[in-house]
Design a binder for this molecule. Structure first.
Ligand SMILES: *Cc1c(COP(=O)(O)O)cnc(C)c1O
Length: 227
């Protein structure tokens, strides 16, 4: 996708809020900076953006530890899968985690929250498309996971989903919203570069936009296939 820049995405987000009858500024824009070259990230910081999404703990640590010394008020959200053995590093770095998807991880996060006297805001990820390769609990497991996370005292703010590629995302957004409503959860982390306006119409409170702000991600070369 061609980069349209932060200004244009902010304008489109504002228009989507208006059209959906939502209050201006009610949807939080996460600029997804994973794998983006540092000069692009700096440009977006200089333009005033302070909330960023990253999908890997170590990559985010390496990038943001120095950048945070330079730019004040940066808020980091983890949007990629979290391994239990990286949970400690994650809670130290991130203000929100959108990818909580299993009991064992909630238990680890609860133990860390006790220890530190604080926890990032949590979103539980739901695999609305039931894709085997994708993280997230199944839709029918979500109520129990919410209840368990709450019983552990964790600050569960909402739900997150990543609809299957190439499918109409709207049924997935609606499924997620339904689960959130019946559990009394206000937050909905849904919508990316290709579908954030539709997500706003369906009630998103957090949209995660990468390539439409920064340009295509520079991907690693494909792995060599034998000799
Ligand atoms: C990469 C990523 C995004 C951003 O994707 P774009 O299509 O570049 O906007 C959003 N959410 C998650 C979970 C991601 O991994």
């Amino acid at each position: 996708m061609e980069p349209q820049g932060l200004e244009s995405i902010r304008a489109r987000l504002g228009a989507a809020e208006r059209e959906a009858g939502r209050a201006p500024g009610s949807v939080t824009l996460l600029a997804v900076s994973k794998v983006q070259p540092e000069d692009r990230v700096r440009a977006v910081l200089r333009a005033g953006q302070r909330i960023f999404g990253e999908n890997r703990v170590q990559e985010a640590q390496g990038r943001w530890t120095p950048l945070r010394e330079e730019f004040e008020g940066v808020e980091l959200h983890l949007i990629g899968p979290l391994q239990t053995n990286k949970a400690r590093a994650a809670v130290e770095l991130f203000q929100a985690i959108h990818s909580v998807d299993r009991l064992r991880l909630t238990e680890t996060l609860a133990r860390l929250a006790q220890e530190r006297g604080a926890s990032p805001d949590l979103f539980l990820q739901v695999n609305t498309g039931r894709e085997p390769q994708k993280a997230g609990c199944l839709p029918e497991e979500a109520d129990a996971l919410v209840a368990r996370a709450r019983a552990l005292g964790l600050p569960v703010r909402g739900l997150m989903c990543i609809p299957p590629e190439g499918e109409d995302p709207v049924p997935h957004f609606r499924l997620l919203r339904g689960i959130a409503e019946r559990n009394g959860l206000p937050g909905l982390s849904m919508g990316m570069s290709g579908d954030f306006e539709a997500a706003v119409r369906e009630g998103a409170t957090h949209v995660r936009v990468g390539s439409a702000i920064f340009g295509d991600r520079v991907s690693a070369p494909p792995a060599a296939t034998g000799a």
